[in-house]
Design a protein around this ligand. Structure first.
Ligand code: BDR
Ligand code: CA
Length: 331
């Protein structure tokens, strides 16, 4: 299998942390660089969290981190459209408000590697335009602001990339609102630009990630692996299970999706995704009640051209086995 050379785009975030670890440790992926973006937390914190993971992995010399956009492209211009970070704190039946997202990754010490001066948007444009056609795969697992901005600066990058594999959206599942998934809801205009840029795109949505949950028994097994990376993954998943069991219980109560890691793992073993279909997908940018919804049209006779491969399901056991094999250094 060819090695996939990727630029990861993260808003770290506990599942982003696991995605970085998978990308860095798998022999099937060459992690070229990491761009950070606002999202789970403000950019300064998503960048610091990213650098902590990079330091834990000891890859700071070879994998540069480029800070990206601090907010969405234009969505904040519509007043009352966003709840901000506090809007992402939810409570159940009036109980204590908790965050779905890891705030600071306290399990890891403060970073010593520095982020690059160059911003992510410039990094994308320069790296992709100077690279060979089809050299890079982009893997955005946060709001799509950086890549949409880069596409606006230099639209030809759409033809330069091999593919874009993004985590975001949902057909029958949502999380941030009744209609929308967080990464797309965070910057709907950016998501609509990226989905229609003409590149080959695979969408790894909630429909797939919610069917690939890791459970607390597996967390115990992860701790037993005993490496810093496996311990970090175990810590992240444990945190996620606590939040999900309260706010968004999965079919198995002591389990949680590791959304962003599934997207990365699909590059190592595409069969972790199931029921992948070429469909038409657009994003609601109305600013109304369905703001940020991914409108998925699975019909054969779509009105507009089909633009993304959309994963409607995932193979949980296969994903779990792959995660363990990466952490054991076997994949
Ligand atoms: C997505 O939202 C973020 O909070 C996660 O990191 C993931 O990328 C899931 O909806
Ligand atoms: Ca993320």
């Amino acid at each position: 299998m060819a090695i996939e050379k990727i630029i990861l785009d993260v808003d770290t975030g506990s599942d982003d942390a696991v995605a970085i670890i998978c990308a860095a440790l798998s022999s099937k992926i060459e992690l070229h660089s990491i761009c950070t973006v606002w999202g789970n937390r403000p950019l300064s914190q998503t960048t610091e969290n990213t650098l902590r993971v990079v330091d834990m992995l000891g890859i700071g010399e070879s994998v540069k981190v480029y800070p990206g956009c601090e907010t969405s492209m234009v969505s904040t211009l519509l007043q009352n459209r966003r709840g901000g970070y506090d809007g992402q704190r939810k409570s159940v039946n009036g109980g204590e408000k908790v965050s779905m997202h890891q705030e600071t990754i306290d399990e890891l010490p403060p970073s010593h590697t520095k982020a690059q001066e160059k911003r992510a948007v410039m990094h994308y444009v320069e790296t992709l335009m100077n690279g060979a056609d089809g050299e890079f795969t982009l893997v955005p697992v946060g709001p799509l602001t950086n890549i949409a901005m880069a596409l606006r600066v230099e639209p030809r990058i759409a033809k330069k990339v091999k593919q874009i594999v993004l985590m975001g959206g949902g057909c029958r599942r949502t999380n941030s609102t009744a209609a929308a998934e967080f990464n797309i809801w965070g910057d709907p205009e950016a998501a609509q630009i990226v989905m229609n840029c003409g590149a080959k795109i695979t969408v790894v949505p909630l429909d797939a990630t919610h069917n690939a949950c890791i459970n607390s028994d597996e967390v115990e097994e992860l701790y037993k692996l005993g490496t810093p990376a496996a311990t970090c993954v175990a810590d992240m998943v444990k945190h996620r299970i606590a939040a999900y069991s309260y706010l968004q219980p999965m079919a198995r109560l002591d389990s949680a999706p590791i959304h962003d890691a599934l997207a990365v793992c699909s590059l190592i073993d595409p069969a972790v995704l199931k029921d992948v279909r070429l469909v038409r997908c657009d994003v609601d940018i109305s600013g109304g009640i369905a703001d940020g919804q991914t409108i998925v049209d699975p019909r054969a006779y779509t009105d507009l051209p089909k633009n993304v491969d959309f994963a409607f399901d995932a193979d949980r056991d296969r994903f779990s086995a792959l995660l363990f094999s990466i952490l054991r250094g076997e994949n």
